[in-house]
Design a protein. Structure first.
Length: 394
């Protein structure tokens, strides 16, 4: 018998995994399944990025790089912060990682001791609690309420803080809700973190996907003190449709970045060299594709949102960013005779052939997550199927 380490025995498999497996099985059996579970843009990586990566390989850039990443890429990232947020980061304040996910993983490993607490607002991106646990930390959940657009209030943050609190995660725009924190809201939360000396982990991976009149604000840009208190996590996965390239980064306090770089030097050595060249091109080159993808997402959102909330028993706050809808379907589940939203999701897949992710995986079991990172035709068909599925059972 193989005895696995305790730390992996308690790992929860990704919420999307079970539903994706089931959807795949149905597809293999010949069923016409529509998957709305995807967490990645459906567009190709812009061609000039692919070309630049190919050129770099042909020029012989196929060896290790410095653990922190290529100087040229660090400079491009620094420039991005300067242009977008007016933030100044020096080279030793940035670490390039194998995706934003690995930036977060490495960060938790270097800041958490056993029992240290990390405050995570719900609903949360599925990997936060698992990564905290892998670093022997303790996730402390702050329950988001739909009436406050699922955003953590300063009162909630204050109440969740103990003498073991090490950090708080802010993910704006949010996966799965698509909600954005305003500058005022961030300032109020940041004030508390400064008073209690709590590190702010600001996951800004959906920064470029912002709709309507909304704008992205990084908590780090609100004051020099907040900048010093914050580690920003970002990357090119969602902005430039480069999920498979695995390039993300962390920026902030040089002591933390140095420790993370040390750890990276013993775990990954460096992010894939070719992918780093692609990321340089992503930041250096034209940003038209970023804008075009954003506009496509926004158009889809506007078309399907009204159709979604017209379904009996389904309500949904309108997302301000990212590419997910996070409707509350508790009433729809009850109306159609399902005992739980998880069961409703299973029924939806089996009978209507639409795969969505149950909110239980994100810490809010009344909701489901629909990704609109798929073509408008397919989305409209999916929403029509969900509508018909609910109507047929009323
Ligand atoms: N943070 C959030 C909120 C995400 O949704 C994701 C990807 O799904 C990531 C981080 C990780 O991004 P990457 O693909 O760069 O690791």
């Amino acid at each position: 018998d193989i005895q696995l380490a305790a730390r992996v025995k308690s790992l929860t498999p990704s919420a999307t995994l079970a539903i994706t497996a089931k959807a795949k099985q149905l597809k293999a059996e010949g069923h016409d399944v529509i998957g709305l579970g995807a967490g990645e843009p459906d567009f190709n990586t812009p061609q000039h990025i692919i070309d630049a990566a190919a050129v770099s390989m042909n020029e012989g850039h196929t060896k290790y790089t410095a653990s922190a990443g290529l100087v040229k890429l660090l400079n491009e990232i620094a420039k991005k912060f300067q242009v977008d947020q007016g933030l100044e980061y020096k080279q030793n304040e940035i670490l390039v990682t194998n995706g934003a996910k690995h930036a977060l993983y490495t960060l938790f490993q270097v800041i958490l001791d056993k029992g240290d607490e990390v405050i995570i607002p719900t609903p949360y991106w599925v990997s936060y609690p698992e990564q905290v646990k892998l670093a022997e930390g303790t996730p402390v959940f702050v329950e988001g309420s739909e009436s406050n657009d699922f955003k953590m209030t300063p009162e909630q943050l204050s109440q969740a803080i103990t003498d073991k609190t090490k950090a708080v995660i802010i993910n704006s725009p949010s996966n799965p809700t698509g909600m954005i924190y305003s500058a005022e809201e961030l300032l109020a939360l940041g004030q508390i973190c400064l008073e209690k000396n709590i590190l702010i982990i600001s996951d800004e991976i959906y920064e470029k996907l912002i709709y309507g009149e909304n704008e992205h604000v990084s908590i780090a840009q609100l004051s020099p003190q907040l900048k010093e208190q914050t580690i920003i996590i970002n990357g090119v996965s969602k902005s430039h449709s480069m999920t498979g390239w695995r390039i993300g980064y962390a920026a902030g306090n040089s002591v933390i970045i140095k420790a993370m770089t040390n750890l990276a030097s013993h775990s990954t050595s460096n992010p894939t060299t070719t992918a780093q060249y692609g990321a340089i091109a992503a930041y250096e080159g034209p940003q038209d594709a970023v804008q075009e993808m954003k506009e496509a997402f926004e158009h889809r959102l506007n078309v399907i949102y009204d159709k979604l909330v017209a379904i009996p028993g389904i309500s949904c706050i309108k997302p301000q960013g990212a590419f997910y809808l996070y409707p509350n379907v508790k009433e729809a589940a009850a109306l159609t005779g399902y005992g739980s939203v998880d069961d409703f999701v299973a029924g939806l897949l089996e009978e209507a052939m639409v795969a969505v992710v149950p909110g239980s995986g994100f810490g809010t079991p009344e909701n489901i997550r629909l990704s609109y990172a798929t073509s408008l035709d397919v989305l409209e068909e999916a929403i029509a199927r969900i509508h018909q599925f609910v109507e047929s059972k009323l």
